[in-house]
Design a protein around this ligand. Structure first.
Ligand code: FES
Ligand SMILES: [Fe+2]
Length: 340
């Protein structure tokens, strides 16, 4: 199925590491997570302490091991009972097979690498994760250490090309018209853009004084002393985005290309940070409303992205960008260069 991706998308998928999860999501033995991505679905699984990434397809006759988004369980195929445990494929009624034919069979595993507690998966990455992330590695690692729990998981088929979604996530120009009730009230004011290899860091102050004050006083509930006191985001090239306000919680979004044109596999997660002992109840409402507001923001983003014409050529030269779209301009340059 990978073959129907554009040449560039296929290359992005194959040549780069992809941020796919946080360690907290796979903390216990048997914990699993399933993500749609080009060519099928990606399974992440805690196999007695080892985190595996593999194609979620049974090598016998192709049934999927996991359905749904996440859970805790075993890798057992519902069709004829083939299982995988402790690094071993377990064939049901093994004696009824020709042993020689079973010899080469196994899960189709992918490479994994960690940046702190963030998990990356690679098909055939051309460089190490450290090299790919460059200076972004340290930022991302620090963020990953603050996170303790997944709070919300929201996956759906995005009705636009992945790049429409990523470009949208990289600019604040649309915030007032598209997010008047949700994001606009923060009054974000650009602070700094950090180009870190192909990754793009972004910092913005909370311009709305009352909101900034309200967020600031919540610091006493969290162990996030060194986090930026404002809005921070990091575009993790090519398909992921991590963002946070004050480091209290992190939104992780992935926009994987789809084998179908003008669709993408979107997944958004709310990951919450370490809370001071005794403050759990105090932050409960804050986390709940963050999850709800985030979902609304992504619905708003999705609605406008779905409106971008599939006929609009994102690669065409001469695209124009506002100053507030500086990061989109950068991505356009990077992808034009890679495509060349
Ligand atoms: S398809 Fe999985 S055991 Fe047969
Ligand atoms: Fe948006």
């Amino acid at each position: 199925m990978t073959a129907v991706l554009s040449r560039l998308d296929g290359r992005l998928l194959t040549d780069f590491w992809h941020l796919v999860a946080h360690r907290a999501e796979l903390a216990e033995p048997g914990a699993w997570l399933r993500l749609d991505w080009p060519g099928g679905d990606l399974a992440l699984f805690n196999d007695e302490g080892e985190i595996l990434a593999f194609d979620n397809v049974c090598p016998h006759r192709g049934a999927r091991y996991f359905t749904g988004d996440h859970g805790v369980g075993r890798v057992v195929c519902a069709y004829h009972g083939w299982a995988y445990r402790a690094g071993q494929l377990r064939v049901a009624q093994r004696a009824s097979f020709d042993e020689a034919e079973l010899a080469g069979l196994g899960l189709r595993r992918f490479r994994t690498a960690w940046c702190g507690d963030f998990l990356f998966v690679g098909l055939a990455p051309v460089e190490s994760l450290e090299a790919q992330l460059g200076e972004a590695f340290a930022d991302l690692e620090r963020a990953s250490r603050r996170i303790t729990t997944r709070r919300d998981f929201n996956a759906f088929t995005f009705q636009a090309n992945w790049r429409v979604g990523v470009e949208n996530a990289l600019e604040g120009y649309h915030v007032n018209p598209i997010h008047p009730q949700t994001l606009a009230p923060l009054g974000l004011v650009d602070d700094r853009i950090d180009y870190q290899g192909r990754n793009i860091g972004y910092l913005a102050r909370i311009g709305q004084a009352r909101t900034a004050k309200g967020l600031s006083v919540m610091k006493r509930f969290f162990e996030v002393d060194d986090a930026y006191e404002g809005y921070w985001s990091l575009y993790v090239f090519p398909f992921a985005m991590v963002s946070s306000t004050f480091g209290y919680s992190y939104a992780l979004q992935t926009y994987f290309p789809s084998a179908l044109p003008n669709q993408a596999h979107f997944c958004s997660r709310l990951l919450t940070s370490r809370v001071k002992p005794g403050a759990e109840t105090a932050v409960e409402g804050f986390f709940e409303s963050s999850a709800q507001v985030n979902r609304r923001i992504f619905e708003e983003d999705h609605a406008i992205c779905a409106r971008v014409s599939p006929a609009y050529d994102m690669m065409r030269p001469g695209r124009v960008f506002a100053r507030a779209e500086e990061r989109v301009r950068r991505l356009h340059a990077i992808l034009t260069d890679l495509n060349g």
